[in-house]
Design a protein around this ligand. Structure first.
Ligand code: ARG
Length: 277
């Protein structure tokens, strides 16, 4: 009796240990190496469980950079940024985990170590550079005015006395505030998701939106009642990857971005997501 129960408890203890060890291998969170998987023998070695997981935060409302694709029947985040992130993670031997949040929560997520990096078509502004480190620029875009086709809202001057929607915390919000200094009566509505912003334009609750060209193009293609006009005087908005201040990943990522720029991989992805340019 005594003996039997101790055998039982040994079996139970080893079972438990196996469960714990198995649990260590996945979803390790932010850049920390998972405990080494020591469970030898019983199962096929799974090289993937040995890899560190990097958590990437994004705001998946930004087709073709990052967006929810439901076409396969399940909800997947895909896009230009996701392909680049997967390529880099793979090159550096990391697993990738993508988490979706509002755009204005991204830099705070880095500051509180809830993410190892951010890819969200994000432009390194001096403000953001105070709170995060940035990779080299991997893509350039311009701002546009999105409005109804018959609106004749093509240039910043046309936005006088108009309601203009922008994404909260974006450089488009900053650009609108800048415009409002010279364009009289321009009123700004800041919203979390680009989809909501486009909806506001379509329903006429706002007159126009300021959105990046590549993203505006997609929305205008799927909403024929809308048009977009590039703001010519506007300087280019480069996209870069953001990291927590002092992160060793910045260097490693820069190395792979340069490699992608030299081996044609970046051009391939630009063609895939933005069409031939
Ligand atoms: N490039 C702009 C910025 O850095 C907008 C980026 C918005 N990105 C997004 N995933 N919604 O502020």
């Amino acid at each position: 009796m005594k003996r039997k129960s101790s055998i039982l408890s040994i079996t139970f203890a080893s079972l438990l240990a196996a469960v714990v060890v198995a649990g260590c291998g996945t979803g390790s969170g932010t850049g920390q190496a998972p405990a080494n998987n020591q469970a030898g023998g019983q199962e096929q070695a799974q090289p993937d469980t040995e890899k560190k997981t990097l958590v990437m935060a994004t705001s998946a409302d930004y087709k073709p950079y990052e967006f929810h694709d439901l076409s396969s029947g399940k909800d997947e985040i895909v896009g230009f940024d996701i392909d680049i992130a997967n390529y880099i993670a793979n090159e550096l031997g990391y697993e990738l985990q993508v988490t979706d949040m509002n755009f204005d929560g991204l830099v705070p997520a880095l500051q509180t170590n809830r993410a190892d990096f951010v890819m969200a078509g994000m432009t390194p502004t001096p403000d953001r550079q105070q709170n995060a480190d940035f990779s080299i620029i991997y893509y350039e875009a311009k701002n546009t005015i999105v409005a109804k086709k018959d609106s004749q809202l093509d240039k910043p001057e046309d936005l006088s006395g108009k309601k203009v929607a922008v994404q909260l915390g974006s450089i488009q919000e900053t650009a609108a505030k800048e415009m409002a200094k010279t364009v009289t009566g321009l009123q700004i509505t800041s919203l979390n998701k680009i989809g909501e912003i486009v909806e506001e334009v379509k329903t006429g609750r706002v007159d126009a939106a300021i959105i990046e060209d590549t993203v505006a193009k997609g929305f205008v293609e799927s909403n024929p009642e809308l048009q977009f006009s590039t703001i010519e005087s506007d300087e280019a908005n480069g996209s870069a990857i953001a990291f927590p201040k002092g992160s060793p990943l910045t260097e490693e990522f820069n190395r792979v971005i340069e490699e992608m720029q030299n081996n044609g991989e970046m051009e391939k992805l630009i063609n895939k997501w933005f069409g031939q340019e």
